[in-house]
Design a protein around this ligand. Structure first.
Ligand code: AMP
Length: 489
């Protein structure tokens, strides 16, 4: 199926072409025809699956650009509001459709001016309710979208949403998007949708399949070391590290900064301006690592996030889905990495079941393994480097005092300097240990809380020899592929 099969207006089709979209995503294939036919829909779609275009394109295609507010999109957070606005602006600009972004924490005047000129409003519930109830704005949108509805309910916006709908015309087309479909969402759908069509893409389609998911089992005190080791090993382009608490964000930011990484934190206490500056720094490349809480990172759409790290496993499956959806966006691949302690293994299994996904357990590479892999990279790099005149001149100068082998050793050591891998040799548990713990966790379901957990550090003898994956080659050993193969549980 191609986008041209939807017969969009030429200006919309041109915007799709300019965005570089080649083929509609699964949620777009299902939702767009239904929206064009005028149906209300309830769609289950995770972030990163192209849901903004799934509602944005077909509603904009039906808009008249008559100077009134024709569309209203309600989203849970400011970040998502900005992101959705940007996306809708791209689709609508050739059709003369203007977008206004409405959220709290900024002056009313400018926002109201923009609303007066806009065809579409993208708003967070609090500020929108405020504007409607105070009579500062009156709008009659024919198209209303609730985006990330489950997040809005989780954030306690149910009353605001219900109240907002009392200000909207009853003759309207309403579209509801949600990553998950708990009972509360279905109840809300019954209240605000009319004979909705369900867009039900299968679970594997609804979770972004471009994301590989791994988890590593560590002891509580090993989290920091594990994180640094994995960043060293994975060498991410841009990554987001999720924490549960603000104070943990602050602590990790200073820890990672002290380790030489370019890091910034994002949490709910930050001023809006400060958040925008931080997000811009991350988008434009000055910062490589973002440490964030769930709320702060909701809706964050940054291209090229190669890795998401869950420093702590999230409390619920919905958060897991939202977190990992920050990578693998726009058809790119990504990797989600979760650190768990032995007692959290059950949570992993529960999330796998809820989300309908498979996480693969891996073992944290040893210092030697990381060093070897860095050396492999370096060798490949050196082999691909062109000899330059300045290189030749440098060697000539050095040869006044040193022989050629010493020069080579010195230069190689210099190159290796920045690959100094920190921390202890072994971090986290080995595969055999993890397997045993998983078996135990599954067997003892429900009646043995507290057993088989953190104190049983070494099931089956307690020495390092049961780390069956570890090759104990020395630095001069064969540089083959790493032997800690992933395992499907
Ligand atoms: P969303 O799920 O709406 O947040 O979209 C995630 C990312 O995918 C955004 O950066 C979109 O611009 C991009 N995107 C949406 N639809 C497509 C498509 N059909 N082809 C390629 N990229 C897309």
């Amino acid at each position: 199926m191609k986008f041209t099969d939807f017969n969009f207006k030429p200006t919309i089709q041109q915007a799709i072409d300019e965005a570089g979209f080649k083929e509609p995503s699964p949620v777009q294939k299902e939702a767009i025809p239904l929206v064009l036919e005028g149906h209300d829909i309830i769609a289950q779609a995770q972030t990163g699956t192209g849901k903004t275009a799934a509602f944005g394109l077909p509603i904009m295609n039906q808009m008249k650009s008559d100077g009134s507010v024709e569309g209203l999109v309600i989203v849970p957070t400011r970040e998502l509001a900005m992101q959705v606005s940007d996306e809708l602006y791209r689709f609508g600009k050739l059709s003369g459709l203007k977008t206004a972004t409405v959220y709290g924490g900024t002056a009313y005047g400018k926002q109201i001016d923009r609303i007066r000129q806009a065809s579409i409003i993208v708003a967070t519930p609090g500020r929108l309710q405020d504007l409607l109830m105070s009579g500062r704005i009156t709008i009659k949108p024919q198209f209303v979208v609730l985006d990330e509805a489950d997040e809005m309910l989780d954030m306690g916006f149910l009353d605001e949403i219900k109240n907002i709908f009392t200000f909207l015309p009853s003759e309207r087309q309403t579209l509801m998007f949600s990553a998950t479909m708990p009972k509360a969402i279905r109840r809300l759908a019954e209240e605000i949708l009319k004979s909705p069509k369900t867009v039900s893409i299968t679970k594997s389609e609804s979770t972004n399949t471009n994301i590989t998911q791994h988890y590593y089992v560590v002891q509580e005190r090993e989290r920091d070391d594990a994180l640094v080791r994995l960043i060293d090993y994975k060498n991410p382009g841009k990554c987001i590290i999720f924490c549960r608490m603000k104070k943990e964000v602050d602590r990790l930011v200073s820890h990672l900064t002290s380790q030489g990484f370019k890091v910034s934190g994002l949490h709910g206490d930050m001023e809006q301006k400060q958040r925008e500056v931080t997000i811009r720094g991350f988008k434009q490349g000055g910062i490589d690592i973002f440490v964030a809480t769930d709320v702060a990172a909701r809706g964050l759409d940054v291209n090229d996030v190669t890795h998401v790290f869950n420093y702590h496993i999230p409390f619920d499956s919905e958060s897991y889905v939202h977190r990992i959806g920050r990578t693998g966006r726009a058809g790119k691949t990504g990797e989600a990495i979760t650190l768990v302690t032995p007692s959290e293994l059950r949570t992993i299994k529960r999330i796998e079941k809820d989300v309908g996904t498979k996480m693969v357990t891996q073992v944290i590479p040893t210092r030697l393994e990381v060093q070897n892999s860095k050396a492999d990279e370096l060798i490949a790099n050196i082999a691909g480097t062109e000899i330059t005149q300045s290189g030749i001149d440098l060697v000539k100068t050095l040869q006044h005092d040193l022989d050629i082998v010493t020069i080579a050793h010195l230069l190689a050591s210099k190159l290796q300097e920045k690959h100094d891998i920190k921390g202890k040799e072994h971090i986290g548990l080995g595969l055999e240990e993890i397997e045993l713990l998983i078996q135990r966790a599954m067997q003892s379901r429900g009646n043995d809380r507290g057993r088989g957990g953190q104190r049983r550090r070494r099931p089956g003898g307690g020495n390092r020899s049961n780390r069956n994956h570890r090759s104990s080659r020395g630095s001069s050993g064969h540089r083959g592929k790493r032997s800690n193969k992933p395992r499907q549980d």
